[in-house]
Design a protein around this ligand. Sequence first.
Ligand SMILES: *Cc1c(COP(=O)(O)O)cnc(C)c1O
Length: 393
Amino acid sequence: MDLTTRTIWNEELAALEGRGLRRRLRDMTGAQGRKIILDGKEVLNFCSNNYLGLADDPRLREAAVECIQKEGIGSGASRLICGNMAAHRELEAAIARFKGAESCLIFSTGYMANVGIISGVFGRDDMIFCDRLNHASIVDGIILSQAKFKRYPHNDMEALEEMLRTTTGFRRRGIITDSVFSMDGDIAPLDKITELARKYDCLVMIDEAHALGVMGKNGKGLAEHFGVEDRIDIQMGTLSKAAGSFGAYCCGSKELIEFLVNKARSFIYTTALPPAVAASARKAIEIIRDEPALRQKLWANADYFKKAIAASGFNTLFCETPILPIVAGESAVAVEFSKRLLEQGIFVSAIRPPTVPRNTARLRLTVMATHTRGDLDYVLRKLEVTGRDLNLI
Ligand SMILES: *Cc1c(COP(=O)(O)O)cnc(C)c1O
């Protein structure tokens, strides 16, 4: 390796380090549960998206093993060549049935779903309206689509309406929003968004990554919560968070799905999911459907935790979900907060720019259905003492 190349990377890394933005991988051992082994030490896990604890559920393991026995490991090719296996079709049918959607297409990841759907549906002659806090994969999809786009201030419906009113002359227009915002834990006003979309003749696409299994009476997501399923053209979500598995889906009309099979490059030009992954995701969808008690436990934990944190005086933004941000401001403070909690056996990640806007570095805590009241109380005590030490309350 060339010495000068090393120098380039070292300088870049040092610059990131200097701004408190350098990221490092942490080493976990064993399965994902309410406790995990981090660098050889058992810690309480408060930063996983495994909301319902399904990532190490024995039933998901069994479903995967059973499928491996039947269908093997690899899928051999893309879905359009010879990779369209039974496990994929069964998963798509199960998701469509659960969501009450006409049709469903699975993708390998949420990132790939967003990139493929958005760049397939929109092009040069189109205009996209994008919430300022949307997930990075949505932004990347928009850039790849080459559509014109405007970012509206977070959840600001007046600003969105003004943009819709004054931006005409495009072939196609679309509003794209996260349904649950992954770093703030608040929700998009889908009632108003769908109303505006109707008024201004605009497509709506939502990303239910943090909403599937969490939001809505039956865990179908935020569209269910607002009762607007039939007003959303493109419902995307992931199988990697509450569903505890891996992959992503897009639900919509039969025609949309046929179109994506032909046009979504991240679907066409990639190998199909390993069938066992699809089988475990299908089991997760069944569990979400049949066991509302899991979701109720998640919400009981989230409500209890959220009330206590707010009462301590932390800035928790407007969180309305099991995602609880505690804003620290400076990246260095967020990092120090996280480090001190880890010394006390609590794993919470510090989230820094560019993932969140400048000066809003934060701890992002996620509550799980499997946390015990004892876990929550322990963390609350430690948060309060450490937060006071750092002058955050
Ligand atoms: C996690 C996430 C994704 C990406 O999903 P993966 O399956 O992890 O690639 C997309 N959108 C949002 C809002 C997310 O939170």
